[in-house]
Design a protein around this ligand. Structure first.
Ligand code: AP5
Ligand code: MG
Length: 214
């Protein structure tokens, strides 16, 4: 099963992708998490990506595409994966399609987690993220069992650098300009499914499972 998660920043792509990955035993592949891990480890890629991420801009396709294609070529991705945060531009989607077509393969479903902009800003300020395993929490809606500590891996939780309200506004603009066109792109391929992302985390997940098991 090869799944793409679409949606605005903060729509809950990561939250749902982790739940899907756990239920179906497939890897959760997040380009944002890969960049954040590189920033944390002080790599050259991390330094380059941070310049864009801190402004709420997209990391250039040349950097992003190679990382993603290398990741999905790994052994653990052969039975499927859930992509979170990739593709984010039409050229990224085209490169992914081309690579999959060459392997006589294709994406099964693109799940669009739909949340209006006004809900997004509120969600971001309360978000806490684990930079080790990529899990996300919300101080009110999705609190960790122990304050400030990741339920999954026990590492400390942080407020992401790009979750400042000004940066979130930029990310939303970039989303509408560059990523939202992917909704029509996947609708045109007949694989787009939309869920109402304003409902509770478990209700959103139930709607996604229903789609995946149809
Ligand atoms: P990325 O890490 O992908 O960030 P994003 O798309 O901005 O999305 P977020 O991770 O902020 O939100 P999410 O949808 O995963 O929501 P979450 O589940 O955390 O990318 C970061 C940056 O990296 C980009 O800006 C770009 O610079 C760069 N980048 C990454 N990929 C790239 C690419 N392909 N090309 C170019 N550049 C790229 O949920 C949000 C909050 O809401 C959490 O607090 C959560 O607990 C809470 N929540 C979730 N679900 C619910 C619910 N149902 N009800 C209430 N609260 C909820
Ligand atoms: Mg995320």
């Amino acid at each position: 099963m090869k799944i793409i998660m679409l949606g605005a920043p903060g729509a809950g792509k990561g939250t749902q992708a982790i739940m899907i990955a756990e239920k179906y035993g497939i890897p959760h592949v997040s380009t944002g998490d890969i960049f954040r891990a590189n920033i944390k480890n002080g790599t050259e890629l991390g330094r380059e990506a941070k310049k864009y991420m801190d402004q709420g801009l997209l990391v250039p396709d040349e950097l992003t595409v190679k990382i993603l294609l290398d990741r999905v070529a790994k052994e653990d991705c052969q039975k499927g994966y859930v992509l979170d945060g990739f593709p984010r531009t039409i050229p990224q989607a085209e490169v992914l399609d081309k690579a999959l077509t060459e392997m006589e393969d294709a994406i099964d479903v693109a799940v669009n987690v739909d949340v209006p902009d006004e809900n997004i800003i509120r969600r971001m300020s309360g978000r806490r993220a684990c930079l080790s395993c990529g899990a996300t929490y919300h101080i009110e809606h999705v609190p960790p069992k122990t304050e400030g500590i990741c339920d999954h891996c026990g590492q400390p939780l942080v407020l992401r650098d790009d979750d400042k309200p000004e940066t979130v506004k930029n990310r939303l603009k970039v989303y509408h300009d560059q990523t939202q066109p992917l909704i029509d792109y996947y609708a045109g391929k007949g694989i787009l499914r939309t869920v109402d992302g304003t409902r509770s985390m478990n209700d959103v997940f139930a709607a996604i499972v229903e789609i995946l098991e149809k």
